[in-house]
Design a protein around this ligand. Structure first.
Ligand code: ZN
Length: 334
């Protein structure tokens, strides 16, 4: 089979791989769609650790080909979305109930072979069946949506609240839709790219802002004094600082974007203290994958407008090497 393999920073290519046979508890999945994520770009650029020789791709869906020993509830042809994050279940954080913060966390597409290949071997417990009403590319979006659901849960959005989403990429646009489902009265999106602002309005944002040249005072004024919930979906020091400045007194800030590990942000501890701002990180998708699949199957979240490119597998290495530009979401279709 063809597979997209990570060798070292800056070296990702198309390689021929043997199709594996499922061991006990494993399932062989014929991959039909796999999203290209910002994390894949970070891996390509050496900014996120991955195992050398691994098949990339952690946002994928496909159909069951064969199931290994002990897997009795999945039949060939069943459609499945993959939760790539594998937890150990025995470390201190796992046993405290925070499985996603597992000390031994690994992931398909990062440490084990993932979905940017014609076939993938996945543990049964990582698979979530779905029906025929959902197409492959939409089902591949279950993973980023599940991560956003966790962030939305942590944000505690209540009906009537105001929400600011910083960053109108795929993640920001999923957060816009989840904020509306949570009952936010006003959802504002900040992004410097006009095309993303337009798409945000189409997907339910009430207002958009171009942050370029906007002072903190102007942004707070546009938010009627600040947003009850601010979701940072960029991952830069500047937007991390902005997210705190844009929060209303008593507000909650969710740091969702993936910053470079060495990045430092300049914050005012006094402002956080004086206005009782809550800052929370949100990491991956604990127990939210089923809800993500249910939201997609129920048509409650639109992901088709986020998919800006459908490409063949062999195009992925060049896409990882190129700047993201105004791309929203690229999905490899197999
Ligand atoms: Zn663990």
């Amino acid at each position: 089979m063809q597979a997209i393999v990570y060798r070292r920073p800056g070296v990702v290519g198309v390689e021929e791989r043997a199709v594996g046979a499922p061991g006990p508890g494993q399932v062989l999945v014929r991959v039909h769609a796999c999203g290209v994520c910002g994390t894949d770009r970070h891996i390509y650029h050496g900014e996120f650790p991955a195992t050398e020789g691994v098949v990339l791709g952690h946002e994928y869906a496909g159909e069951v080909v064969t199931a290994g020993e002990g897997v009795t509830d999945l039949q060939p042809g069943m459609r499945v979305a993959v939760d790539p994050n594998v937890v150990c279940g025995r470390c201190r954080t796992c046993r405290a109930g925070n499985v996603h913060l597992c000390e031994n966390l690994t992931a398909l597409g990062v440490n084990y072979d993932g979905g940017l290949a014609e076939f993938s071997l996945a543990p049964r417990n990582q698979l979530y069946p779905f029906g025929e009403g959902l197409d492959w590319t939409e089902a591949a979006m279950a993973e980023p949506l599940a991560c956003c659901l966790h962030g939305s849960d942590l944000a505690g959005i209540q009906p009537g609240m105001s929400v600011l989403v910083i960053g109108g990429g795929a993640i920001g646009l999923l957060h816009v839709q989840l904020a509306r489902l949570s009952g936010a009265a006003r959802v504002t999106v900040s992004d410097p790219l006009p095309a993303r602002r337009d798409l945000a309005l189409r997907l339910g944002a009430d207002a958009v802002l171009d942050p370029c040249g906007l002072s903190t005072e102007q942004m707070r004024a546009a938010l009627d004094g600040g947003a009850d919930v601010v979701i940072e979906a960029v991952g830069s020091p500047a937007t991390a600082a902005l997210s705190v400045q844009a929060a209303a007194a008593g507000g909650t800030v969710i740091w969702f974007g993936v910053a470079a590990p060495a990045a430092q942000a300049a914050l005012s501890p006094y402002d956080v203290y004086r206005h009782e701002i809550t800052i929370r990180g949100s990491f991956v998708n604990p127990f939210t994958h089923s809800r993500a699949v249910a939201l997609l199957e129920g048509g409650r979240v639109q992901v088709a407008p986020l998919i800006s490119r459908r490409v063949p597998l062999a195009d992925v290495p060049a896409i990882l090497a190129a700047p993201a530009g105004d791309d929203i979401k690229t999905v490899a279709v197999l």
